[in-house]
Write a protein that binds this ligand. Sequence first.
Ligand code: ZN
Length: 189
Amino acid sequence: MKNAAVVIIDMLNDFVTGDLKCERAQHIIPNLKKLIEAARKHSIPVIYSNDAHYPQDIEVVRKWGKHAIKGTKGAEVIPELKPTEKDFIVEKRTYSGFYDTGLDSLLRSLYKGEGVKTVILGGLHTHICVRHTAADAFFRGYRIIIAKDGVETFRQEDHEQGLKYLENVYDAKLMTVDEIIEEMGTKPR
Ligand code: ZN
């Protein structure tokens, strides 16, 4: 797992317990906590890709209604997965963590400018923000690992189809958090 980064997508109060609450998000919290802690231990960068909307954003106005408004409690990472000072937070205003954000240049600057080669994605939702972030990662040449027990969405069907799509279309490797952690520990980065 050479030059990896963990990218945690939209594990925010509004997505877990607030305006766009997803019950099914609960069971991925301990897995993501484990993943994040292991990454920190292995000096693998942890990046939070967070919705930080203006009320005028197209997604808010046209599709989902008010959620994760920049500067509100709802737009903060859930307390269980709270970022530390060493982690990175990259705000986004629509599904993809790359669209009009500094994520790509951040990834390219890491590992002393060698850049990140593999992104490990976790968070919400499998077939929406995870999928669009994976698409943009693929277009930019990154290898993609999906923490398959660290992503979720509202319905099982969408979750399963979402995982298949990520694997089939973006060549994403689907791995459990335990499998990912094992690779962090054994293979040279
Ligand atoms: Zn949003």
